[in-house]
Design a protein around this ligand. Structure first.
Ligand code: HEC
Length: 160
């Protein structure tokens, strides 16, 4: 009688164990095909905004602008103006391209600060590189402005 009772308890425990195992494995299966999770996963991999690292202009920026404007576009106080929100980067793209062509000298005001320095011309860069770098800045450092095309750079460069 006693042995039977112990057997009963054991089989009950074993049964519970089995059920809990099954539950956890079915849960996993459900998770793996859950459409919400899948779409969340896809959203993570395909953000609506291009990821900074993926923009070709980042390399152009690192090689040609970073030394003055810094890796985060914050600039250097009293020397090199910032490129984030409040800077000139939201201006008409034609004006930006013109700055790239001619450089910039003399006293200017950027985001409430006065700068009186000199930026050398970046005209040595190709139309594509300038379009890429301006596009990169305009969607980085907290900015959210539209892209600049190589066609526009070419247009400003040739004075058309
Ligand atoms: C040698 C340092 C230097 C380099 C390199 C340089 N800049 Fe500048 N940049 C400056 C300075 C200095 C000014 C402000 C000039 C003045 O005081 O009149 C400026 C101004 C600007 C402005 C307008 C003001 C603002 O901050 O919004 C933009 C836009 C800009 N630079 C973008 C670039 C881009 C893009 C590159 C690379 C392709 C670049 N600069 C490379 C030093 C530099």
């Amino acid at each position: 009688m006693k042995i039977r009772f112990i057997q009963l308890i054991f089989s009950a425990l074993f049964g519970m164990l089995l059920i809990s195992c099954q539950n956890s494995s079915t849960n996993k299966k459900v998770e793996a095909v859950s459409p919400e999770l899948l779409s969340a996963e896809i959203a993570k991999r395909m953000p609506s905004q291009p990821v900074e690292e993926e923009l070709p202009g980042k390399t152009v920026y690192i090689n040609n602008c970073l030394s003055c404007h810094q890796s985060d576009g914050s600039g250097v106080p009293n020397k090199h103006p910032p490129l984030g929100p409040g800077s000139w980067i939201g201006k008409d793209p034609k004006e930006l391209v013109a700055i790239m062509m001619k450089g910039l000298s003399g006293q200017i005001e950027v985001d409430g600060q006065i700068y009186k320095n000199h930026m050398p011309s970046q005209a040595k860069l190709t139309d594509e590189e300038l379009a890429d770098v301006l596009t990169y800045i305009r969607s980085s450092f907290g900015n959210n402005f539209g892209p600049v095309t190589a066609a526009l750079v070419e247009k400003v460069r040739s004075g058309r």
